[in-house]
Design a protein around this ligand. Sequence first.
Ligand code: MSP
Length: 527
Amino acid sequence: MKSFYVTSPIYYVNDVPHIGHAYTSLACDVLARFMRFDGYRVHFLSGTDEHGQKVAKAAALAGVDPQAFTDKVSQNFRALLPAMGCSNDDFIRTTEQRHKDSVQAIWRAMAARKTPKGNDNIYLGKYDGWYAVRDEAYYDESELTTGPDGKKRAPSGAEVEWVEEPSYFFRLSDWGDWLLEWYEKNPDAVGPATRRNEVMSFVKQGLHDLSISRTTFDWGIKVPGDEKHVMYVWLDALTNYITAVGYPNVESDLFKTFWPASVHMVGKDIVRFHAVYWPAFLEAAGLAPAKRVYAHGWWTNEGQKISKSLGNVIDPIKLIETYGLDQVRYFLMREVPFGQDGDYSQAAMIRRMNTDLANDLGNLGQRVLSFVAKNAGACVPTPGDFSDADRAMLDKAAALLAIVRADMAQQGFHKALDAVFAVVAEANRYVDAQAPWTLRKTDPARMATVLYVLMEILRRVALLLQPYMPTTMARLLDQLAVPTDARDASAWDKVLVAGTALPAPQGLFPRYVDPAAPVAGEGPKKK
Ligand code: MSP
């Protein structure tokens, strides 16, 4: 069986989960569900990043011991996944023993091997330089700006502090040529293309050795053989992707099946860690780098950067309560071309719900299924000969699988939706043109053919939308009497069987009516 391994970043447990976290996990879920649909054995991993200074500071601020703190906060992230309808196969915490063992093993493996230039990968030195706790990242003086408040800041806006401490280094400076060759040989290793270019020009500028241990605090995994040092949190965190498939047991079924990972899904802010440091660490340890890192953009809220200090953080659970899970999933995957930045606004959310879902898809389903229930004996109609228009419609829907498959391979989630909804729009035009309500009186046999065509379109559309809107599409497939074992790609051409009895139709997507909006004849309601 073909295999597919997709990972979300592991989330820092310093904070409550917000829309940005939900977004990355959702993208992984849509991909995981599509690949399962397409016959792959899938492993979908998410989890929490629990060590390092950022989390230690958050725990101290809360007045709680870091382990107790992470035990508690990690739960919020674990719970977000099922709330978002995510189908992850595993959830990893970096404070688990399996992970500590794995991180110490990768350190030893790196230390035991040489760089492409024949030097030791790891050496002991001293770090003197800038560090941003918010990003858990080291910065060069040249990358910093000084604000009107006199504080130095990283390009991300995070404040930096001066650090001087003994530290182990990873000899990244020896890996530049190897990395450039690797990007050249693997054009899909980093996507989208803008990020790939960004990464390559960063590497071309020349790489500095990377500090991979800290000594001024102890909330981390100890360096084997030198317990005064804890490992740099990004070395610890990135390693989660191999821990979860059994590392250091490289002979395990999981490791052999799923490593190298198919896609590491990340936000654009953490590309450098995933596309520069991580492949170098892996290669240094004698392991294959992941096949692809794909970086999505960032959401703003009604045009503003999302931040806790601005108080405009979007709570995904509240969104789901207000608009419905499948509606939120659809919106997030459809509103913004995946890979680009985008803006959340309530108006856009409601527009997508009412236009694409209620009007276009919901209405098509409702019109067809209630018409069949009333006028075609509540069972799948028996088609006669297909006209050119019928064939053209059926062919467009049949072609969708290949289109969606190709889009998914590039993480073009919005493109796949575009293609499917173009067929929905076409089907709405087809209903109007064929007018089954007129045929009912003039040509019932032709009416049956038209309804059959429409039900076939709905079947194919529902099959492909399952990864995005699993609950509603399961209901639509139930209403089309598609057996549960005929809902994956292998059943793509298994057309509806004429005469199959259909359950009573139900609405799919209710129109959203703002509860605060004025109702005709009434004054505005209080918010
Ligand atoms: N712990 C690291 C990842 C380690 S992976 C080995 C981390 N965690 S995070 O919690 O800060 O961020 C996780 C993800 O959330 C990132 O992919 C980030 O891009 C995403 N988002 C955070 N805010 C976001 C938006 N406003 N919009 C979209 N995604 C954003 O980084």
